[in-house]
Write a protein that binds this ligand. Structure first.
Ligand SMILES: Nc1ncnc2c1ncn2[C@@H]1O[C@H](COP(=O)(O)OP(=O)(O)OP(=O)(O)O)[C@@H](O)[C@H]1O
Ligand SMILES: [Mg+2]
Length: 284
């Protein structure tokens, strides 16, 4: 049996237990590049045969669909209506990207009656069996509602730019998270590095401060340069790593995906209690 066959067998055997890893992508300050990261990072993981779902959880300002250039008909709130199927709500792009749009009434998710709540949990149970990773594209800062999802996630990726305000706000966000859940693995990404300073050194400093004051380890995923091709991609409503694969930011995001998967190793056993944690937080 070669490695591929062994991997295939392992996958089939573990299929019934298989659960997606839920990953919240957060920042302190807004506009630091979370949504662009989520879309392009997901595309890289898809190229590496992972099944990915993006959930746009940016309350009021969801914009994954705008970045992709496809206005979606439904949003996550429609999941609660009995007459809309999960299949209709998940947008499926030809590049393999699956996502559920946010919509402006996302806060309804947190005012559910028992029936709706059970429906919501059931849907999530289905979703975690269908994907390898479910990314939550969070809004900036920490609204009480969105925090439920962040705190329930299996992992967190915190995005910051080199700007001091962005770094202090990212620190504040990490502090907020670990004060409520200090077991959640946290990864950090430095976006829009402008070559003025050493990007990796800034990330190391960030890790060190968190280690020192919050006593938690943050793993570094790496650095994405400030790149005009990212802006061009946003304007064209196409993921930059797809239309400009040779751009510096595209090369960086590929590397980040490699680092991320290498950290997990081939036999990463995905066993999450995301739903249990979400229930705890939502029902207090
Ligand atoms: N690596 C980069 N190089 C150059 N510009 C970038 C880069 N990353 C992001 N940007 C710019 O920042 C803008 C905001 O990015 P994005 O929408 O991904 O941020 P966000 O963190 O999701 O924002 P919000 O907090 O509003 O959800 C982009 O439209 C783009 O102009
Ligand atoms: Mg965003």
């Amino acid at each position: 049996m070669n490695i591929d066959q062994a991997e295939g067998l392992r996958k089939r055997l573990s299929h019934s237990f298989h659960q997606a890893k839920t990953v919240a992508v957060v920042s302190g300050k807004g506009g630091v590049g979370k949504s662009n990261f989520v879309v392009n990072f997901s595309l890289q993981l898809i190229k590496r045969n992972k099944k990915i779902l993006i959930l746009d959880l940016d309350i009021g300002m969801g914009n994954i669909d705008i970045l992709i250039g496809n206005r979606s008909t439904y949003s996550i709130v429609d999941l609660l209506k009995n007459d809309t199927s999960l299949n209709e709500i998940i947008e499926k792009e030809t590049n393999g990207l699956h996502y559920i749009a946010g919509g402006s009434s996302l806060n309804q998710l947190f005012k559910l009656n028992d029936l709706q709540r059970n429906r919501f949990y059931k849907i999530f149970e289905t979703l975690v069996h269908q994907y390898d990773y479910i990314f939550f594209d969070m809004g900036a800062g920490a609204s009480e509602e969105s925090l439920f999802f962040t705190l329930s996630a299996d992992e967190c990726i915190v995005i910051t730019t080199p700007e001091p305000t962005s770094i202090t706000d990212a620190y504040g966000m990490v502090k907020h998270i670990v004060s409520r859940n200090n077991h959640i693995p946290i990864y950090a990404v430095l976006n829009r590095w402008n070559k003025k300073g050493d990007g990796l050194a800034s990330l190391k400093k960030f890790q060190k401060v968190i280690q020192q004051f919050l006593s938690v380890e943050v793993n570094s995923l790496g650095v994405i340069p400030d790149d005009s091709f990212v802006v061009k991609g946003v304007t064209a409503q196409q993921p930059y790593s797809e239309i400009y694969p040779k751009a510096k930011a595209s090369k960086a995001i590929k590397q980040l995906a490699d680092v991320y998967l290498r950290e997990k190793g081939i036999g990463d056993s995905i066993n999450t209690s995301f739903l249990g944690r979400l229930k705890n937080w939502m029902e207090g």
